[in-house]
Write a protein that binds this ligand. Structure first.
Ligand code: GLU
Length: 276
């Protein structure tokens, strides 16, 4: 081959290579941070991203799920980590998550008045609640249980005939225990409290004979002097709640939960917080 022809071919090859490289470069998107979904977000999710913060109602008094450190004010638990995973996926920095302490009684109204975007707070999915709020598919399942003092000698539900049971306002516990008591043919009374530490204190002082709520919540309150009875009833599926009608947000969160449940991330989260 003549040297001039070779030169032309070489120049052509170099030009083609440079063109290809430039083409690739133009098409390349900036890489999304790990865990953040690429592409456009559904309108409801984009609106949260545009607001710059993710406001999440969480428990402050439920060890392993949502617990606030009294000294630092920091929240920790499985549901806190779940909120962080959501923020990461949306593209909101962790320090832009605003955690709001909620109780069984306050979480719904806080969603309704727009003070929070999500509730991730041991919130059981119930048909009547689905009429008021959006819920994702379940991320955890529990059952209702009873915590009693060892010194009471009570070993099962039957031993609670005529006794008083402490429950949280706005929780599913009262109806669940009542249904179970009816089945067992026993009579029980209830005292309602705003928070779990208050119910536990009432158990300690003898104002109530048993503390009833979901077993995983009870497990955070067991002491050397108390025991969770083996009875368990009324399965509780926990879902992430948002305002009624925020369907694209719910779908987005469901996709995330499905992924986390499929790739082992949810299992790892439950293991981290001793919940499986
Ligand atoms: N999980 C139950 C409920 O949603 C117990 C109460 C609570 O979550 O604090 O009512």
């Amino acid at each position: 081959m003549k040297r001039s022809v070779m030169l032309v071919l070489l120049v052509l090859a170099l030009a083609l290579g440079a063109f290809a490289l430039a083409g690739c470069g133009a098409k390349e998107e900036p890489a999304a941070p790990a865990g953040e979904s690429t592409g456009s977000l559904p309108a409801g999710v984009q609106a949260i991203k545009d607001s710059g913060t993710l406001r999440v109602g969480v428990k402050a008094d439920v060890p392993n799920f949502g617990l606030q450190d009294a000294a630092t004010g920091e929240f920790e638990g499985m549901e806190i980590d779940l909120a962080k995973a959501i923020a990461k996926r949306i593209g909101i920095a962790e320090d832009k998550i605003k955690f709001e302490a909620v109780t069984a009684k306050t979480r719904g109204p806080l969603l309704d008045n727009g003070q929070i975007d999500l509730v991730i707070a041991t919130f059981t999915i119930k048909p009547e609640r689905l009429e008021q709020w959006n819920f994702t598919s379940p991320y955890y399942q529990d059952e209702v249980g009873l915590l009693v003092k060892k010194s009471s000698g009570i070993t099962g539900l039957a031993g609670l005939d005529g006794k008083t049971i402490g429950v949280a306002q706005g929780a599913t516990s009262r109806d669940a225990v009542q249904a179970e008591a009816d089945k067992a043919g026993i009579t029980v009374k209830f005292l309602e409290f705003a928070t779990y530490p208050e119910i536990n204190a009432a158990l300690e002082s003898g104002r109530v004979d048993a503390f009833s709520v979901d077993k995983s919540i009870l497990s955070g309150y067991v002491t050397d002097g108390s025991v969770i009875l083996p009875d368990g009833f009324s399965p509780q599926d926990y879902g992430i709640a948002s305002k009624k009608g925020t369907d694209d947000l719910t779908t987005y969160l469901n996709e995330m939960l499905t992924e986390m449940q499929g790739d082992g991330e949810m299992e790892a989260l439950l293991t981290k917080w001793s919940l499986n």
